[in-house]
Design a protein around this ligand. Structure first.
Ligand code: SF4
Ligand code: SF4
Length: 429
């Protein structure tokens, strides 16, 4: 059943203010129109046509990370982030998308092959990729001019599609428990390829045949968050068609996981895709959610006799959107040689919020600062998380603060039971 709120649902807000003390943005700027309570009033007024839906209104709508925390604490269960997305969609319907956004959302992100080709060409520019040439070695840092200082990861060469076989089998001696489809998402596919590989290896080590499904699209969440529902639904539809034959669908990206689990709500009840979307969403699991039920136990990869001190950052798309927070901790505590320490505000947003970090860099950095200070206070050597976006933001913050802390995806902490075991693979046909 479709449950997506519309702008009319802003009327349900009873203005209690609970959201204000939980909103990462309000906590740093104290501006009422940047938090659910104030924005719901604006959305209600815009819906009643008592205020104009002009550039100022669009700017207010943009001051939201869509982190989901306000909805999680709201006593009236007002789905404020989804109401905001509905309001953004109304703006897109009324005013259309800017030319660059149209080109990126509808031209590049929707067309995975074109995206791969364009990024593939960019990867040949020396310094832009992890295996790039020497002369312009700092090219990735140069790109930070366009990202307002945010250090983006380099492109991985080759991309994940060229590294993984169509089927990765469990190592010899590990009993096969079943099969799953792996949803890599754009970040692991094009930027964090090594992490993408480690996710697949850990799943195979746990006894699963991991299928790398060709020609998947972007999950669509970034496009939907910007209000382009039509393109997001086309992306979802494509992924549903490619994945509907699998019983288990696993992703290592919290953002993709929250999108795939929500596909069932993206299509109205009378939409022919609705039933398929609902069925698919029910089969999606995050990497740690999937593995925690397996009770995998592992040794730390650290060769030091002293325990590796590890803390965990909850991605908003895991904790507030999927309700997954115990499982990654269970996994980390199960790793021999790891000492897990909880950080203060572990479930506070890191401040990235996709395009938010580029649109409102000062606010994003103020939120990031709090997170990095909390990481520093733990004395952890490694901060683990489950979302490529958070990995990028945490690495950026750690670099800015000059901390000696590594940032890793949870799969990278898991060692294989037999380090000599080779993961069997089936070559691509
Ligand atoms: S917590 Fe919910 S009901 Fe209360 S002000 Fe915020 S959105 Fe409105
Ligand atoms: S979704 Fe997050 S950033 Fe947006 S209003 Fe709610 S708590 Fe604040």
């Amino acid at each position: 059943m479709s449950q997506n709120p519309s702008v009319e649902d802003a009327n349900q807000c009873m203005k209690c203010g609970f959201c204000m003390y939980n909103c990462p943005i309000y906590k740093v700027d104290h501006i009422e129109s940047h938090v659910a309570r104030g924005r719901n009033v604006l959305i209600k007024q815009a819906n009643e046509k008592t205020i104009p839906t002009d550039a100022e209104y669009a700017e207010r709508l943009s001051f939201c990370l869509l982190c989901g925390r306000c909805a999680a604490v709201c006593p009236a269960r007002v789905q404020s982030p989804e109401i905001n997305v509905a309001a953004r969609a109304n703006l897109v319907n009324k005013k259309g998308l800017s030319l660059p956004k149209r080109a990126i959302y509808r031209g590049i992100l929707k067309n995975r092959r074109l995206m791969a080709n364009l990024l593939g060409m960019a990867a040949w520019v020396p310094g832009v990729s992890t295996k790039g040439g020497k002369p312009l070695r700092h090219m990735a840092d140069f790109t930070s001019i366009f990202t307002k200082g945010l250090a983006l990861p380099r492109l991985s060469r080759p991309f994940l599609a060229a590294r993984l076989p169509e089927k990765t089998l469990p190592p010899v001696g590990v009993k096969t428990k079943g099969q799953l489809a792996f949803f890599p998402g754009c970040a692991f596919e094009f930027f964090l390829g090594d992490t993408g590989e480690s996710i697949v290896k850990a799943l195979a080590q746990a006894g699963y045949e991991v299928i790398y499904v060709k020609d998947l699209s972007c999950c669509g969440l970034a496009v939907r968050s910007a209000g382009d529902m039509k393109t997001a639904k086309l992306m979802a539809q494509h992924n549903i068609e490619r994945l509907e034959g699998f019983d288990n669908i696993v992703t290592g990206c919290a953002t993709c996981g929250s999108a795939l689990k929500d596909y069932g709500k993206w299509f109205a009840d009378n939409d022919p895709t609705n039933a398929k979307a609902v069925a698919l969403s029910a089969k999606v699991k995050d990497f740690s959610e999937f593995l925690a039920k397996e009770g995998v136990s592992n040794k730390s990869q650290s060769e030091s006799p002293a325990p590796l001190i590890v803390t965990y950052h909850d991605p908003c798309h895991m904790k507030w959107h999927q309700g997954v927070s115990n499982q990654p901790r269970e996994l980390l505590r199960s790793i021999e040689g790891v000492k897990f320490v909880e950080m203060e505000g572990a479930d506070d947003c890191c401040g990235l919020g996709g395009a938010f970090t580029l649109a409102h860099r000062d606010v994003s950095l103020a939120i990031q600062d709090k997170k990095i200070n909390n990481i520093a206070k733990t004395g952890a050597q490694v901060v683990v998380t489950s979302c490529p976006g958070c990995i990028i933001q945490l690495k950026d913050g750690i670099k800015r603060h000059g901390l000696n802390v590594e940032v890793k995806h949870i799969s990278e902490l898991l060692n294989y039971q037999d380090p000599n075991a080779k993961i069997q693979t089936n070559p691509k046909p």
